[in-house]
Design a protein around this ligand. Structure first.
Ligand code: AMP
Ligand code: TRP
Length: 373
């Protein structure tokens, strides 16, 4: 696990690296614990607080897991962890309300099944804490438009959805900065694709602090050992919108099909050609799913003792095996009516005092509200 350089002030060290999917999956706890009651205060350790957000894109994939979710789960043990399903963000590119609602539920279910434990971490839905949108407005007044226009994700989305360059798309990174700042989080576990957003979030709070006095923490990104997981095409980042994912919760035969479709080392044409594990995405994934034998697997590829098909079959088996427990737990949790909703509601309720406090301090410093307090 690596963090962005130059933390602004000394704080507790980030937790140990998540070195393999198996290690992480070993830490998965059954999530049948009771939901904590609303109003339970979050321990007041702002310097060690962790926050991250995930879009409600349905169920998580292997890229989400290795890039970010394994760290979500690891960090809930050692930090005050808050995780959010960012349905406000989803509005920037999805306009089917039913889909957003259903996908938010599915994502929450997936996270709980993977081991996010509502006894240890807070899980909530962004739109259940509307203070995030108010803080977005308050922060946006210190953000030069040029900062936002040059954000890589904005440029990318402008290319992907040229017919729908809505204003929320422009504000997207300010909302993300508000998500983190409202709870004074210090660490933000994310994949490398979020690095620019995190840097911008730091710049935004720095600008606010310079104008209104020190208050917000400049949060640090926390990357896993797999900060960019490539998709089945072997080239692009694994992403649902590119259709190159390996699912975590799909039926084993679907996972097997996805893995068998993976593009390997394109220079290895004949079975007898030596392979290059350093560039082969299947071999790279074995680092995480076969941590004890990946060197032997790589050696087999290099010497052409093994073929790509064998290596893929083994990877499919490993992925299916790694997430078998989570798949089972998802089935169990899905059968508990109201459970997910209860977790999300309780999470949002626990955060209310903190969110309100932050908004109150901003009002005070920014000159909103009555003369006499
Ligand atoms: P998203 O689904 O885009 O909200 O992503 C959720 C989290 O997973 C974010 O922290 C992303 O940076 C991370 N993530 C998504 N895709 C990948 C990938 N292919 N490799 C590494 N991390 C990823
Ligand atoms: N933009 C992030 C993504 O697409 C999701 C996100 C929203 C987020 N708010 C956040 C991530 C705050 C970290 C912290 O993955």
């Amino acid at each position: 696990m690596t963090t962005t350089p130059e933390p602004p002030t000394a704080g507790p060290a980030a937790p140990d690296a998540v070195t393999s999917a198996r290690a992480a999956s070993g830490a998965v706890q059954p999530t049948t614990a009771p939901v904590p009651s609303a109003g339970t205060p979050v321990r007041d350790l702002p310097r060690s607080r962790v926050f991250s957000g995930i879009q409600p894109s349905g169920l998580p994939h292997v890229g989400n897991y290795l890039g970010a979710l394994a760290n979500y789960i690891a960090m809930q043990e050692s930090h005050d962890a808050i995780y959010c399903i960012v349905d406000y963000h989803a509005l920037t590119s999805t306009h089917d309300g039913e889909l957003i609602r259903r996908n938010t539920h599915e994502m929450a279910l997936g996270l709980l099944a993977l081991g996010l434990d509502p006894e240890r971490a807070i899980l909530f839905r962004q739109s259940d804490r509307p203070e995030h949108t108010e803080l977005t407005w308050l922060l946006s007044s210190v953000v030069p438009v040029t900062w936002i226009e040059r954000t890589p994700s904005f440029k990318e989305k402008r290319r992907y959805q040229p017919e729908d360059i809505n204003h929320a798309l422009l504000t997207y990174p300010v909302l993300q900065a508000a998500d983190i700042a409202i709870y004074h989080a210090r660490y933000v576990p994310v994949g490398k694709d979020q690095a620019a957003h995190l840097e911008l979030a730091r710049e935004i709070v720095r600008a606010w602090n310079a104008r209104y006095g020190d208050y917000f923490i400049e949060a640090e990104a926390v990357f896993s050992d797999a900060p960019v997981v490539r998709g089945t095409d072997g080239v692009n980042k694994m992403s649902k919108s590119l259709g190159n994912v390996i699912d975590i919760f799909a039926e084993p035969d679907v996972i097997r099909r996805q893995v068998m479709s993976m593009v390997t080392d394109t220079q290895r044409i004949l079975r007898t050609d030596p392979g290059r594990p350093e560039v082969c995405n299947v071999c790279q994934l074995h680092r995480f799913f076969s941590p004890l034998e990946y060197e032997a697997i790589w050696d087999g590829e290099r010497t052409a003792r093994t073929g790509c098909v064998d290596t893929k079959r083994l990877l499919a088996d490993r992925i299916i095996e790694t997430f078998a427990g989570a798949r089972e737990r998802r089935r169990e949790l899905a059968e508990r009516p109201g459970y997910v909703e209860e977790v999300l509601r309780a999470g949002a309720a626990r955060l209310e005092p903190m969110a309100r406090e932050t908004i109150a301090v901003c009002h005070e410093r920014m000159g909103l509200g009555p003369v006499e307090r």
